[in-house]
Design a protein around this ligand. Structure first.
Ligand code: FMN
Length: 334
């Protein structure tokens, strides 16, 4: 049993949360994490409001425990906020851009907690000013979109000093119990893990994508801006494949030269959607295109993740390891 104020306040059994990864963290993953005592979080990416509602209901059919929803601020419309409130979702997490002041106030009034993921001191100050009830501190080693200004071990203490009364959740490079314990020692109230759950049985990722994560070695990923005709110019940490290497140093020119060339297709919301070269759509199981040209976003800790496991096992193992390490440590220094 490992508890913090934050995990107790949400009736969790462990302060462990899966990152709300667009495309990848669907109802199966979120429910598996919640059922194992953590907080499951749905990634919604660009899903429209009714798509979001379906995901929430599908998750509720798989778990009676609390779970959250992650939205990219840029794509969060009034309709998404309406759905979160109507469906009484306990936690709404925003990333990259803040929700509007009105959206944040509506969520809080409705009893949905408003959390913000941030990677820069300036973003943290803006989020706190907007009423964020917790900050997810994203270190530079993290997978996904990433414009963090420092590694987690430096950023978290800085953020805590600047905002001592705001609970902090650690994100970036947390893949086992020792890292989880270390984040709690740094003062985090919980950990938020993406890449570890990308390599889980329940993640909605293409088998080849999961294999690429477990096969990645040290130095196997980097931050690039090449992916995303859908949302251009954003920094994403990805595994290094042909697309990344080909575009190095010419991350604006390369997509422009490909002139919207279609390299395959994917199923999104029950529809077949074409995949342009350098698309930021992540390879889901039905993705039909060369993975060497796909966006295989993952964090630096892919280098130390060697197996694809059921998400519940990951939650239980990390929690058990972290508890044991913290107990041994307190005996050692007593
Ligand atoms: C495949 C993948 C997709 C992601 N998509 C999102 C997203 O849609 N929204 C979000 O807030 N963060 C997203 N992230 C970033 C995570 O929230 C988090 O910062 C990161 O996974 C933590 O680092 P780690 O991957 O080393 O655990 C994504 C990360 C990964 C690996």
């Amino acid at each position: 049993m490992l508890q913090t104020q934050l995990s107790k306040s949400l009736n969790l059994e462990t302060p462990l949360i899966n990152a709300g990864m667009a495309f990848v963290a669907g109802p199966a993953l979120a429910a598996a994490v919640s059922n194992a005592g953590g907080l499951g979080v749905l990634g919604t990416g660009m899903a429209p409001p009714e798509g979001l509602r379906q995901m929430i209901r599908a998750t509720r059919a798989l778990t009676s425990r609390p779970f959250g929803v992650d939205l990219i601020g840029t794509f969060a419309e009034v309709g998404h906020i309406d759905v979160l409130i109507e469906e009484a979702v306990p936690v709404a997490v925003f990333f990259w851009d803040l929700p509007t002041a009105d959206a944040a106030a509506r969520l809080r009034r409705a009893g949905t907690k408003f959390w913000m993921q941030v990677g820069r001191m300036s973003e943290a100050a803006d989020a706190v000013a907007r009423g964020a009830e917790a900050l997810i501190v994203q270190g530079a080693e993290a997978g996904g979109h990433n414009r963090s200004e420092a590694p987690l071990a430096q950023l978290l203490p800085r953020m805590r000093r600047a905002h001592p009364n705001v609970p902090m959740i650690a994100a970036g490079g947390i893949f086992d119990g020792a890292n989880m314990a270390a984040a709690l020692c740094l003062g985090a109230e919980a950990v938020w893990c993406g890449t570890r759950f990308l390599a889980s049985s329940e993640a909605d990722a293409h088998a080849g994508y999961k294999q690429a994560v477990v096969a990645a070695g040290s130095g196997g990923n980097e931050i690039t801006k090449v992916f995303g005709p859908e949302w251009p110019g954003q920094e994403i940490r990805t595994l290094i494949n042909k697309a990344v290497v080909t575009a190095r140093g010419r991350e604006t020119a390369a997509p422009a030269e490909s002139q919207g060339e279609i390299i395959g297709s994917v199923q999104l919301g029950g529809q077949t959607v074409p995949v342009p070269r350098y698309s930021a759509i992540l390879p889901t199981p039905e993705f039909k295109a060369d993975l060497d040209w796909a966006c295989l976003t993952a964090g630096e800790c892919a280098a130390v993740i060697h197996s694809i496991e059921p998400a519940g096992d990951i939650v239980r193992r990390m929690t058990g390891e972290a508890s044991r390490i913290l107990e041994q440590l307190s005996r050692k220094v007593a």
